[in-house]
Write a protein that binds this ligand. Structure first.
Ligand SMILES: *Cc1c(COP(=O)(O)O)cnc(C)c1O
Length: 385
């Protein structure tokens, strides 16, 4: 049989309608939705695969390596990677980039200890387990940023061991940024000999670098590797990301594999060849200036959201230059409808490109109606967080 039967067709059709409908109420995850890649659709007919190292051609010639390399070069420049001494690849997402960064760090410092804050993304803890690394969790401040006093104390207790620092450039719940300057000052004060800094910039890395936001986190600020997600700020129908490392570090990893005619320097084997093209297209179409304007518009929307929520009495706030707006959790019903992530009583809306003022207005008015309707909840909602 070469076609769907009627019931499967109905099932698919219903699913497609539901997905389209749910996309209208998508303000709680950091995923840009304003892209149009229709020009690329013919490529979905091809099994593009960038298996192995992006810089080494493969016998598998049906790939998008040339475009991937341009994407990597764009980000290497954006993150001020040392010229002629950087390497990277387009990953399956920020989590894989974090795994890669920690993998490289472990190859350099097998006895190193990973330090990461309690606001760190869940992928990091899993990666540490996979790599069988030792680790220490550092307390966070109220806004989600690392508590540097706690870091100093922990480092002091283990100052004879190499330090593998996991710095957050935008935490998952509050979009807080750890300050590489403060971290490195502690390294110097304690005369730490061997250290490695990986920046988990999955959430905020791209627009923070485009807008040159403080604190800086690129290679000139001391990063040894940086991971970002491609489907967040850039936007992509397929989850993707990118990792960059200093090339001399990476040279410890990877074997030549005759079967694929290239070098196995990445975490996964096959890598989808389509997402580098989506990223390439976005970068080329919008250009650096277009991307900057888009980031500024998103920040303005975040500011608008805070003000709008404050205007109905909800104690909403955001970290400086953050797209993430944090507020006390609304009802389960609203969180389900608007797909709003919640942790320890805190919820957030993330004003990624594609979130519209109409959506914010609608959400806020639904929240207001809920507050007026149920007089027993306002106290909880209005209480400070
Ligand atoms: C999204 C995110 C990740 C994981 O990225 P994926 O692309 O979902 O794998 C890691 N860290 C932070 C801070 C994130 O926001």
């Amino acid at each position: 049989m070469n076609h769907l039967n009627q019931s499967d067709r109905t099932h698919l059709h219903e699913y497609m309608q539901k997905a389209t409908e749910r996309s209208k109420y998508f303000i709680g995850y950091p995923i840009a939705r304003d892209f149009d890649y229709s020009e690329l659709y013919p490529l979905l007919e091809l099994p593009l695969n960038n298996v192995g190292d992006p810089q080494v051609e493969s016998t598998y010639d049906l790939n998008s390596r040339s475009l991937e390399q341009e994407v990597l070069a764009f980000f290497a420049e954006l993150f001020k990677a040392p010229e002629n001494n950087w390497w990277g690849y387009v990953t399956n997402g920020g989590s894989e980039g974090n795994l890669y960064g920690l993998y490289v760090a472990r190859e350099l410092y097998p006895t190193g200890i990973v330090y990461y804050s309690e606001s760190t993304h869940y992928s990091v803890q899993k990666n540490i387990q996979l790599l069988n690394l030792r680790s220490i969790v550092i307390r966070t401040q109220e806004n989600g940023e690392m508590d540097y006093d706690d870091l100093r104390q922990m480092l002091q207790m283990h100052r004879d061991q190499p330090v593998i620092m996991l710095a957050n450039i935008g935490t998952t719940m509050t979009e807080a940024k750890d300050d590489l300057g403060q971290i490195q000052k502690i390294f110097r004060d304690l005369a730490i000999k061997n250290s490695y800094i990986h920046c988990d910039a999955a959430l905020s890395g791209t627009y923070s670098a485009l807008l040159k936001l403080n604190p800086g986190f690129d290679f000139t600020y001391g990063a040894d590797s940086i991971a970002i997600s491609g489907h967040k700020f850039i936007g992509s129908p397929i989850p993707c990301g990118l990792v960059l490392v200093k090339k001399n570090y990476k040279e410890r990893i990877g074997r030549s594999i005759p079967y694929i005619g290239t070098v196995d320097t990445t975490i996964t084997g096959s890598r989808n060849g389509h997402s580098p093209i989506f990223m390439w297209y976005a970068i080329k179409k919008m250009g650096k200036n277009g991307l900057i304007q888009r980031a500024l518009a998103a920040l303005a929307m975040a500011n608008y959201t805070v003000e709008k929520l404050n205007s109905i009495g909800v104690k909403a706030w955001r970290n400086p230059d953050a797209l993430t707006v944090v507020f006390p959790q609304p009802s389960y019903k609203l969180r389900q409808k608007w797909q709003i992530a919640t942790e320890n009583g805190k919820s957030h809306v993330i004003c990624m490109p594609g979130v519209t003022q109409e959506q914010i207005d609608q959400f806020v008015s639904e929240l207001e109606a809920e507050l007026n309707e149920n007089t027993s909840t306002p106290n909880r909602l209005l209480s400070s967080i």
